[in-house]
Design a protein around this ligand. Sequence first.
Ligand code: CIR
Length: 269
Amino acid sequence: MLILTRPLPRRFAEAALSRHSRDAAPIDQARAEAQHAAYVAALREAAPDAVFVEAPAADTLPDCVFVEDIALAIPGGVMFTTPGAVSRQPEVAGVREALLGAGLRQRGALSPSDTLDGGDVLRLGELGFLVGRSRRTTPGAARALSEASGLPAVLVPVPGDELHLKSAITWAGPTHGLLCAESARPWFESTLAPILPGGAEGLGGVTFLTDALAANVVLVHKTALWQGEDCAAFAALRARPGLVWRRVNMDELAKADGALTCCSVIFED
Ligand code: CIR
């Protein structure tokens, strides 16, 4: 296993893209750095066998901590994206250098007319990928991902005004199933469930969570990292056997629309 992260840039608090008003939600840089460090430490504890690769610090790229948007783990290697926000496109060079330097093989490529944020790519094991059609990700990107990975990549509109698909839904594996924001339940039932091969049941079912932030979990080996507000449905899900749940808090990064999956890329093979 190889896990990619990137240091929180010094200008994160002042300059990261954010859909929140900075007056209402100013970011505390020191607190964000501490939260990010604790997140990386939790990943290290969950995967003591993993090789950790840190892309070079880049203080001129305020969103570069969100490496998920830049590199996709696919069978046999890595596919690099062209992120949908122009200001984020220079992030790719440092991530590429770090991952190819660590020995990963580059697979596939987007056409120049396509963009893709990894936050829109949800891997569902051997079933392949769901790809969110968002403001950041174009339909052609799903075709390129399917070609590069040899797996199906099914395009699905993102719910409501979510930034990314994984802002509303992630998968905690076959024992715990899909975690979906309660606010996205109508979207799930009308749009997503009908196109899931085998339905939600084939993926271990779905649990709706009152806090959308909590619906974004990182699964590494048998540990699931989670954050946000708890609710009865979530507590019941965590009581199921099969995973160790570890709570981390990245609420400073959430002010810049970052959730847990955004800050790492996990290459399993
Ligand atoms: C952005 O707007 O691109 C960043 N401020 C947040 C990116 C979050 N990434 C993710 O959900 N995968």
